[in-house]
Write a protein that binds this ligand. Sequence first.
Ligand SMILES: [Zn+2]
Length: 343
Amino acid sequence: MRNISGAAICILVLASGCADKTPPTQSAKGAATGSSDIIPGLLAQVTEANLRRDLFYVAKQPLPFRRANYTVPGHKRSTLEETDAWIERRLRDYDYKVESDICEVQAFGCDLKKPRHHTYARPAYDSQFFTVRNLYAKKTGRRCPKEIIVLVAHKDSQSWIDSPGAYDNGVGTVALLELARVLAGYQSERSIWFLWCNEEHAPWTSNIAAKNCRQRGDNLIAIFNVDSIGGKSDEDIAAGRKTNVTLYTAPEGKRLADLMAEVNDAYKIGLIQSSYERKRPGDDDGSFIKAGYPCAVASLGSYPYADSAYHEAEDKPERVDFVNVRMSTQATLAAVLRLDRAP
Ligand SMILES: [Zn+2]
């Protein structure tokens, strides 16, 4: 997770009824008017046990890192390729078809003269290129298939240092998998896409995903970036606070940040939920804003990001607050479902 600048323009209206006017079914009408809210039952299916099991898999054993430039001794594929294969296997188990974009990236350089937590540097001019992938699992909506809600998380760990990247962004990687699992049998009204990209190698591959969406003219009505959820200061950890900050850049994004606060209250999720206006687009949500989709937000455990192990070797799964990660995952799920089921 990192901040880099850019500009934004766009015009999408959020959840104002879809363009393709197939009449909603009786059950969707009932749910949309609140007569039988199925959201609490789906939220209850998000489990800390799954999040914990998956995070240890991709940030400790058998995968210590998720890097294009690190291969476990004796293995044939890089740890990032092994991560991709594992995500694909899991998605296929849940009956998703997996699509991908092919991208070329380099590892960042490491400059130890730069401040702690920020030692990444431009790749050396002769550094090796690696072929990596964005992975997608897509659900097609039955009522408004052309309106697309995107959940995005970068799956790679830091290419310039030996960090397991448990918070950054192992938690987002496994949160998206858990959401894909919970929603596997759910018949969505709109289309819901899960996207795993790479942000700790250069260039960020969410840029390619966002540009491809723009080129095809995809109608993305909301983009939720899930990055470093639960990551917070030592004081917040000591006080047992369960925090989540939703960053937005444009007014369209503020509506999504407000929605996160609303569902946290409505479903008694228990987060200390706040929002923050970015001065300019950043991280993987920023890639979509720069491509002309302003309705993009990022959820993080804190902002400015306060994890003492940020971009350090100590960013290990043993330190992760899984209760907080589960709550942030549930809040994201509730917001997605609210949008999906809006009239
Ligand atoms: Zn990062």
